[in-house]
Each structure stands twice: as C-alpha cells, then as structure tokens.
Ligand binder design. Sequence first.
Ligand SMILES: Nc1nc2c(ncn2[C@@H]2O[C@H](COP(=O)(O)OP(=O)(O)OP(=O)(O)O)[C@@H](O)[C@H]2O)c(=O)[nH]1
Ligand SMILES: [Mg+2]
Length: 709
Amino acid sequence: MARQKDLKLYRNIGIIAHIDAGKTTTTERILYYTGRKHQIIEVHDTKDGKASTTTDYLEQERKRGITIQSAAVSTEWNGFQINLIDTPGHVDFTIEVNRSLRVLDGAVVVFDGVAGVEPQTETNWRLANQYNVPRLCYVNKMDRMGANFAHCVKGIRERLGANALLCQVPIGSQDEFVGMVDLIAGMAYVWSSDDKDAEWESIPIDQLKGRFKFALPTDAEWIDRVAELRQESLETALALDDDAFLHFVETGEFDPKVLKECIRKGTVTFKLVPVLCGSSFKNKGVQQLLDAVVDYLPYPGENGGIGLVDVDGHSVGVQEVSDDAPLRALAFKVINDQFGSLTFIRIYSGVLKKGDSLINVTRSKKERVGRIVEVQANQTKDIDEARAGDICALVSMRETETGDSLCDPDSPVLLERMRFPDPVISVAIEPKSRADQDKLSAAIYKMVKADPSLKLNVDHETGQTVLRGMGELHLEVTIDRMRTELGVEAAMGKPKVSFREAFGRVVEHTYTHKKQTGGSGQFAEVKISFEPAETGTGVEFIDEIVGGRIPREFIPSVEHAIRTESKSGQISGYEVVDFKARLLDGKFHDVDSSALAFEIAGRACFREAHKMSKPKLLEPIMRIEVVVESTYLGDVIGDINRRRGQVTEQGTKGTSAFVQGYVPLAEMFGYISFLRSATSGRGTFTMEFDRYAEVPQGMVDSILQKDGR
Ligand SMILES: Nc1nc2c(ncn2[C@@H]2O[C@H](COP(=O)(O)OP(=O)(O)OP(=O)(O)O)[C@@H](O)[C@H]2O)c(=O)[nH]1
Ligand SMILES: [Mg+2]
C-alpha cells in the first residue's frame, strides 16, 4: 500500500504546560472542533465517574481532576493529520512530558493567563529545548479574573528567554474577553457568546476604532496599539527573508504567503516563538490555534531527522524521516494491564507491516510485530502498516521497554536515547493480604517497566520492597493504579528521602584478600584510587594495570565488585555516586587467585576506602514556588528559613504574591498542611527536584534520624 497522506500534511504535537493551565480542556475543544467528538466534557465534571474527557480517562485522573499519564489522540484539520499528545502538568509526572517531547515534532505551550510563566512551564520549556522541539505559545484563560496578557508575554520573553512574536493580541480580558486581533492576517475575530458553537465575526483591523469599550485601560491600550504592534510583528517575521523584508520596508507591502512561510521558518529554526491567546473554556481561539499549528509547527523531519548513536551514546549520524529507508523506530511508552502490554512507538524511517520481524537494538533481542494499532486515548484500532512519521502502538512486545530502539534486522542502529528524571522519594511497600503477596512483585515490576521514573530496590537489611519515585503523589497513584489496573492491593509506608552518599576526598587504598583453608587458598590484592567526581558523572572505572600485575581475566571482577558495592555506602547504606575508581596495581597468585578472590578484594577495598574518605551524605534539594496572598508572605518566608531553605526571588503574580527558593526535601514532608493552616487554605505550592547537595556534617545524624533511619 502506498502512502495515503503526504508527510507534509502531518503534525505530531504535544500540549505542555504547568498544572491546570488548560491542556486537557484545550484538547477536548480540539477534538470537538475537528469533528472527532460530538460533546465536550469539562475536566471538573468528571469526579462522579459518570463522564470522562477523552484524554483523562484513568480513574485516578477523573477523581483528582488532573492529568497523570500522557494520552495520544488523532484528528484532522483542513486536510492535515494532527496527532496530539495531552501531557500532565504535575511535576511528579514529568517523565510523561519527557518521553512525549522526545518523539514529537512540535509543541503547544499553554499558559494560564493569570499566572503566566509557572515553574513547570519553565521545566517543560527546558525539556523542549533539550529535545529540539519547536513550539508556539497559547495564553489561555484570558476570561479569568486577573488575566494579564502583557504579564504573560513579559514572562515568555524574560523568564523563558524566547523571541516572542505576537501573532495575536486579546480583545478585552476577564469577563470582557470577546476575541483576539490576528496581527498576521490583519483581522479581528469577535465572538458574540461563550457557546461552543458560536461563530466569530471577522473585522478588518482598520475598522476597530471606537468599536469596544473596556473597563480596564490596559485592555483599551492593546486595541489602540494594534497598528504599531502589527508593524513590529511583520518586521520581525519578514526579517527572515531579505528580499521580502526590503520590499516591506520600502513599500509597506508583503505577500501574506511569504509572511507565513517566514514565521514557519523562524519557528522551526528556533528564532521565533509565535504567541496566541484565547479561552478554551469559553470556546474562543481554539480553531485559530489549530490554524497556527498547521501553519507554523513542523511536519515530521522538517527540522531534521533523529540522531543515531553508538553504545556509548556518541553521535554516529542522523536518520532522515523517510519511507524509503530501513525501519527505525523508538519505543517511548509501555502501558500494561491484566491482558497484556501496549508499546507506543514513533517511526522515524521505513514502513512497518504486521508480521514483520524487528530487532530491539538496545537489548539485542528479536521482536515480532503481531499487531499494530492506532491509538485514540483508551481505544485502539488495528492497522496493517505504519510509516515514517507515524505514532502507533504494538501489542504484546516481549522484550521492549521505554527508550529502546527497534530496527530492521538487516540494518541495526541505536537511536538517540531519552533521559529519565531522578526519583528522590522512597516508600516501603507491603501486600495487603496473602493473596496479594504472590502477585505483588510481578505487579510492581510491571509498573516500574512502564514508568522509568520509578525504581525498585530491596532493602538488604530489612528485606523490604522499596519503591522510589518523583514525589508522594507519584507513589500514591502508582499503588492505586496497581489496584485498578492489575488487581493487586498494597499498603505504602511513610515516604522517605532518597539520600545518596559520596566520597569525601581522594583515597588510595590497598586491600589484600588472603585465605588459607586446607587445600587451595584464596589470594588477591588490589590497589585502587577512589576520587570524588563531578555531579552526574556516576561511577567511572579506569583500568591502569600494566605489565600483567593483575591478569586481564580478573579485572572485570574488580569493576563489578566496585559497581555493586557502591549501591550501599558506609554512612547509611545509600547509593554512592559520582566517583572515579582507578585500579592502579595489584598482586596475584598462580594457584590461589580467582575471579571470586578479586571480587572479594574489590568489595572490601571499596568499603574501607569509602569509610576512610570521610564520606558525605547528599540530599535532594527542591526548587519550590509558593503562591499566597501578600499578607501571608512574611510567615511563608520565615518558615522556609526554618526549613533550612533559601529564598531566591519574591514578587507578585496577578493579585497574589509568590516566593521562590530552594529547600531540602527532608524538610518538606507535610508542607501542604502547614501552608493550608498558615494561609487559611488559600496558598498553593509546587516543588521540583533541583540537585543533590551535601548535608552539613554536623547534621547528618539528626537528619537521618528524622527521616526514620
Ligand atoms: N476560566 C477558565 N478556566 C479554564 C480554561 N481552561 C481550562 N480551565 C479550567 O482549569 C481547570 C484545569 O483545566 P485542565 O484542562 O484540566 O488543565 P490541564 O492543563 O490539563 O491540567 P493538568 O493536566 O492537571 O496539568 C479546569 O477546571 C478547567 O475547566 C479557560 O480558558 N478559562
Ligand atoms: Mg490535563
């Protein structure tokens, strides 16, 4: 079967934002206006479990009114195929944004018109930068009390550092918000009601004068400045085409088609970020947003192909997005239920057919494609083939996990990997009943496999199963989903901080393992230098053995010993990170030396050296933002200081005040109760992992004790 639709008619986009900005509400509208859905469901009307928005279909999402997992939907707009992923805004589920951005070609960044740039907007913006995803900004909630377009645009420019190109400005705000002026088309669009089927009236911008009366002078100012702002936007955009720009400056004329091409070029090459506005809830601006997605965001491959890497992650080339190339796809999400698994893939090149055999290059394992499905939120439809640029899912893959590369067996290559966030909170997990006990480990294993921001450990001392995740909500939701999706009930202990340990200084240490029991003995000696290394570098093992001082075959045992032993440090059994181990010298015995003897020597050498190095305890430091009424600001700041925190910025956001700063996670448990009582329930906060930092020496014991160690 030949390609049904030209690649240029595809848009694979993500909707990303801080929590509650209106991503799911906007997605619902998109599905309605593109004819994919006949009814709009509001996010806040789904708690009773009777109805659900298309993308927030999980029980946990409906109950809480927030998105937890990214959901993919497809629709069509003016002949374009729009594949869209609605992502969660809550920081605990950031992996969902991470993996979506990794496979998408463009993104719509949604802003709450009152709050402007919020902490998760910044985080998601950075992720989009990392994954080279061109984006446009949609300032939503213009109908809300306190909505302030200027404040939002300022944040986009200053806090996100974007070259914001105003494509629209609002007509009115709050309850006077009636539409927007399209500076590119030179038209104003005005709605007469909030009804979802209300039509807009198009008014040329030279007829706007005196047409509106606004209570707020700032709203009137936008309309007064329309001509000047339009000139500015046109100049900025046309500057991407020398001829068109000169012509415009000299004559004031331009070709609207060229103008759109310029904006598209600027967006795709990260020189510009188009800014639009609207109110999804009041059904204004969504069709215009869809037009902008089609006009300005790239088709698959327009901004380059996918990076290819070797096993060490070094770049070895780029694969263009094309059907006429060997199959290359990336698995970016795995969903499990009692009946099996669904592996979401993005195809970068080639054509995938039902029944094909593939190679999972990451794991060097073969996979057979039994069924290919198109996914519409929680519905699937079988298809026979999928092509370059497509996002689809494979049923019941045996070996493939998130982040794996799937290729044509004749042309295996690794695709650039994704990065996963660090889990910083841990809880002990116990089965609720005997029946659950047998099923628990399999269930946890499935959850961990589906979510790379979860990690599973077994505590050596207590034998407890410990699950690590991004935050309390993440862990709670995981346990709850295990119940609803896999039918296994578990109880969760008190959340604890996931500390780490490090070497305090360079230690060069020699350890001799010697054992003589009856017949053959054991002998191995190693001399290793342990050196603290930069944050994030992990464990590096360097073999500096020369002249056969340790036979080659034993060296991997020393490396293995150090890597495994480093999982449990000498302060309190936390993982030891960021150090170099240089194997300098050693001794062996012809008869008594063995791989086991060298492993034992390596482990003991690590333990003693770590202890001798005055080891450091590292704790996660969280970036927090608290938004409260200004009267409470003093109390909130005082409290942050008491929690060993540091305030870095404070200011106002609409009618509220905000404080930003850094606080150790160990001091943040139960913060929400403090905030509620201190602000009569009106304060909100967000917190996100920033870095690991050393716990001051004098406080190590008290902090561990407080965390229940
Ligand atoms: N006034 C107003 N409210 C809106 C608008 N868009 C969304 N909301 C409301 O804001 C709340 C959150 O909307 P969602 O669409 O769930 O936000 P989200 O960005 O998907 O949130 P998460 O997925 O949890 O990050 C809901 O109560 C919406 O009805 C808008 O344009 N105006
Ligand atoms: Mg949502």
